[in-house]
Design a protein around this ligand. Structure first.
Ligand SMILES: Cc1cc2nc3c(=O)[nH]c(=O)nc-3n(C[C@H](O)[C@H](O)[C@H](O)COP(=O)(O)O)c2cc1C
Length: 374
């Protein structure tokens, strides 16, 4: 596999583990992935749920918990590449970004909205010259165009890389629910169109902007195909859930192993204001029938959440699930979650992915040699 280069950051294996909240990818999973040569990503989403003080979830718990998980991950993988995923949809986005930067994270992924404004907690100079690599997450070439245009004009710099998330991903999705029910652009098409957008800006700034693409990437052959389509690396979430090192409870992981392709993995309307994909369960079935779960809101953690109106607290439900309380929550999952048959170590997953990639490459070369005229 060709290594990934993001400016001065060299990633030996071009696999980025997608940040997974609430409490699914923390220091254990991120450090294990970093140790294997990929990028390990801590999810900052609702991280303070694991660091409640006197039973209360607060902004402080979020910031302290985030800092602590970054430090733990670094300790477990002192030479690995560690990043975080921070959602624009959270009210403490600017403060979490500052923690990431102060703690010297290698890279930060920013999604759940278009990243067009500098965090207020950083000076213009700190933002423009950030050593921490900054990677917005988008789901269309149009969103990439707008992001690059604004960054070029407003900041005089470009993002260090771009993460493309296709319609098959787990968690919140950057597509309309009605589009997801029909036909959405394939990940390959979004990569091709985004590449055309980047070309213009890469020439303008004389830089190379790598594309990290994910959503439905599960096996080595998927990595090969996505990189052949023009990506420089892949982003994988679902595949890393069923690992020993994943920070979620075994009951959360078992949801994946028990899931079947067609009927168990469903689209939901999340109180975040975006559609999401999850493994269906009694909790979600009850909510879809109109049942309201009691909401006790300690603080407004999501910008768009109307806590008096929502059918349940999404942060609490995702946290409960990651703790193994599936009666009071549910597991986000990508379309490929049903493929999981066992819990593996992150090392085993990497070994399988690398070998699957190589096999796909060899068989592709053989095919090419058959079709090349003598
Ligand atoms: C359980 C789970 C939780 C996730 N949580 C978040 C999150 O909090 N923020 C975010 O931006 N993306 C989140 N994602 C998306 C992942 O970071 C990643 O982009 C995605 O999983 C890639 O698609 P895949 O699952 O098909 O591999 C989540 C995905 C899963 C499966």
């Amino acid at each position: 596999m060709k290594s990934l280069t993001i400016g001065d950051l060299k990633v030996r294996i071009p696999i980025v583990q997608g940040g997974m909240g609430v409490g699914v990818s923390l220091s254990k999973l991120s450090s294990a992935v970093a140790e294997e040569g990929g990028i390990g990503v801590i999810s900052a989403t609702g991280i303070g749920m694991n660091y409640k003080s006197k039973g209360k979830y607060s902004k402080n718990a979020n910031l302290n918990g985030f800092r602590e998980e970054i430090r733990k991950s670094r300790k477990l993988s002192p030479n690995g590449i560690i990043g975080a995923n921070i959602m624009l949809a959270v009210t403490d986005f600017d403060d979490l970004f500052k923690v990431a930067s102060d703690e010297g994270l290698d890279i930060v992924f920013v999604g759940a909205g278009l990243f067009l404004k500098k965090p207020e907690t950083l000076t213009t100079d700190e933002f423009i010259n950030s050593k921490m690599k900054i990677v917005p997450k988008i789901s269309s070439a149009r969103a990439a165009e707008l992001t690059f245009k604004v960054w070029a004009n407003k900041f005089g710099r470009l993002p260090d890389a771009i993460a493309i998330e296709g319609a098959k991903a787990g968690g919140h999705l950057g597509f309309k629910k009605e589009d997801l029910a029909g036909k959405t652009q394939s990940l390959r098409t979004i990569i091709r169109e985004t590449k055309a957008v980047l070309y213009k800006y890469e020439k303008m700034f004389s830089v190379k902007i790598p594309i990290i693409a994910g959503g439905g990437v599960y096996e080595g052959k998927d990595i090969y195909n996505i990189m052949k389509a023009g990506a420089d690396a892949v982003k994988m979430g679902t595949r890393f859930v069923t690992t020993h090192e994943c920070d979620a409870d075994i009951k959360f992981k078992t949801e994946y192993i028990s899931a079947s392709e067609k009927k168990d993995i469903v689209l939901i309307d999340s109180p975040v204001g975006l559609p999401g994909r999850a493994v269906n369960n009694d909790f979600l079935r009850a909510v879809s029938k109109g049942e309201k779960k009691p909401v006790k809101c300690d603080w407004q953690c999501l910008k768009s959440c109307k806590y008096k109106e929502v059918p349940y607290c999404i942060a609490e439900a995702l946290f409960n699930a990651a703790q193994g309380d599936m009666d009071n929550g549910f597991a986000f999952a990508g379309t490929t979650a049903y493929k999981a048959t066992e819990i593996q170590s992150v090392k085993e997953v990497f070994r399988e992915l690398v070998s699957g990639y190589k096999k796909a490459e060899i068989s592709d070369r053989k095919l090419e040699s058959v079709f090349v005229p003598a």
